[in-house]
Design a protein around this ligand. Structure first.
Ligand code: XMP
Length: 510
């Protein structure tokens, strides 16, 4: 069964993915496509509605993205947001001008609650505005259904043609009731049934994988991260022990983590191969202290170990990749693909014999991947795992790595994570960990002088990991963590908390 589809046509807006996520949160399947997508292709995809995103341009800019008028004649309901709203007005014969007062940020807005878009909402509330142009004359057949003190057309509608435009951003949380507006558009205006649920998705995906794989052999590189773990769970449900998972334990995992990953899959019907490759990796890291060299060595060694194991299995038919939707979407302007700041360790092995790649999470956002994991019954340790870099603790030990330093860091990091969880902060802080700095300082313990390592704690809040704020962890929690680390962990006599944002600092220290 195919889901009803809403297409987000992207005009280069920074919130394109957020709109799609909000639509899916309303239970409607949604895909992001460039505004350049030919109209014939759009028709072939058979959407039930379209949403135009915002964008950085003015409709009058020479190179601003435009769209053919035909799109408005398909009979589909359309919602234009910000630039998308102005473009709708402009294309249909209205006027867009430079606003006497541009609006940015939280703005008091008045709504016409007789409109289907604002049905059941308050007549006055806060919206999130970000515009320098405004609609100065409505196109024929349209009426204004919202305004602010400075913007006469905060939203517009043409009921007969089911065309709607919103000047502000309903997809960002600052717009109070923004999600309800999207819900109203999808259900009251477009008549979606709401057939996008994770349990349906899981059933369909399992069936599709079975049809594709048949009796074939499948290989998956398991890192213990959310994506590869959920992919493994899905494949296991679909094809059972036709699946072999290779888990390369490079020895730089957090305390007990290798065992936790193995344990989480103990009762699943798969072939689980754990390679204890720590000695091999440690040997390669001997004398290495440069961060990028560490990454390179670990990445290459990882592929080598994976290949060695894969060879033992022989030819496989399919190799699974844990690509998720944000990796797939390109900017609507088409000139800048989403750039990832790093690659996961592993990459694509060159010498593994396989016929085809399967990417079972390709259509899902991260939070949906987690939901799917829950749906499939995957251990919550894996479903809620915080992001962890492929090279692991190797890039959290500044300078050269030794067994002793590794153990010190694992123990300190464990205490930090335990106390954050006890304080109930683990879902609020997006990433938190300990770093063993290469610096030693003088301390005093009992009657003796010490000269030991300084341990740094890092905790960040972020939505995209491209920018981040340091987490405001309560002093009492930090105090407890510090006291426990000093008392329980060898070789540390000083604990500091990193209070730098990204940029200028990065999240990791190396
Ligand atoms: P930075 O330190 O660049 O980190 O602010 C952003 C996010 O990326 C993770 N990270 C990595 N992940 N391999 C990975 O798989 C790496 O080499 C790597 N370096 C950083 C980091 O943990 C954070 O979530």
């Amino acid at each position: 069964m195919k889901n009803e589809l809403c297409i987000v046509l992207d005009f280069g807006g920074q919130y394109n993915q957020l709109i799609a996520r909000r639509v899916r949160e309303c239970g409607v399947y949604c895909e992001v496509h460039s505004y350049k997508t030919p109209i014939e292709k759009i028709k072939d995809m058979n959407p039930k509605a379209l949403i135009f995103t915002g964008g950085p341009n003015s409709v009058y800019d020479e190179n601003s993205p435009h769209i053919t008028k035909e799109i408005f004649e398909l009979g589909l309901p359309i919602l234009g947001i910000c630039y998308g709203c102005q473009l709708m007005a402009y294309t249909l014969g209205g006027e867009v001008s430079s606003a006497p007062v541009s609006e940015y940020g939280k703005t008091n807005t008045f709504y016409d609650i007789n409109s289907l878009l604002f049905k059941g909402l308050s007549t006055e509330n806060t919206s999130w505005m970000s515009h320098t142009d405004y609609i100065s004359k409505l196109p024929k057949g349209f009426e204004s259904i919202a305004h602010t003190d400075n913007c006469p057309v905060g939203a517009m509608q043409n009921i007969n043609k089911k065309l709607y435009g919103i000047q502000f951003h309903p997809e960002v949380n600052h717009t109070v009731d923004g999600s309800k507006m999207l819900h109203n558009f999808l259900y009251n205006v477009c008549g979606f049934k709401g057939d996008w649920t994770m349990s349906d998705y899981a059933k369909t995906a399992i069936q599709q994988i079975r049809d594709k794989v048949g009796n074939g052999k499948v290989l998956l590189g398991l890192s213990g991260g959310v994506d590869s773990s959920v992919a493994a769970a899905l494949l296991s449900k679909a094809v059972g022990n036709q699946l072999t998972c290779i888990f390369v334990d490079h020895g730089f995992m957090r305390k007990n983590e290798g065992d936790e990953v193995e344990q989480a899959f103990a009762n699943w019907n798969i072939n689980f191969v754990r390679v204890d490759a720590k000695p091999q990796f440690m040997a390669k890291m001997n004398g290495v202290s440069d961060p990028e060299t560490k990454r390179k060595i670990i990445g290459e060694e990882f592929i080598r170990v994976f290949e060695q194991e894969a060879k033992k299995i022989g030819t496989v038919d399919f190799l699974v990749q844990g690509t998720i939707y944000p990796d797939v979407i390109e900017s609507g302007l088409g000139d800048s693909a989403v750039i990832k700041s790093h690659h996961n360790v592993g990459g694509l092995p060159d010498y593994v014999d396989f016929k085809e790649i399967i990417e079972p999470l390709r259509m899902l956002f991260k939070d949906e991947v987690r939901q799917l994991g829950i749906e499939l019954g995957l251990s919550s340790v894996l479903v809620w795992r915080q992001p962890f870099p492929g090279p692991g603790l190797a890039i959290r030990i500044i300078g050269e790595i030794t067994d002793e330093k590794l153990e010190t860091l694992q123990d300190a990091d464990y205490i930090f994570r335990e106390e954050i969880a006890k304080a109930g902060l683990d879902k609020d802080i997006n990433q938190y960990f300990a770093v063993l700095t290469n610096m030693r300082s003088v301390g005093v313990m009992g009657d003796g002088r010490t000269y030991d390592y300084t341990l740094a704690l890092r905790g960040v809040t972020t939505t995209d990991f491209m920018t981040a704020d340091f987490a405001k962890i309560p002093y009492e929690v930090l105090e407890k963590v510090s006291a426990r680390i000093i008392n329980e962990v060898k070789n540390v006599n000083r604990v500091v908390y990193d209070v730098t944002t990204k940029p200028p600092a990065t999240i990791e220290w190396e």
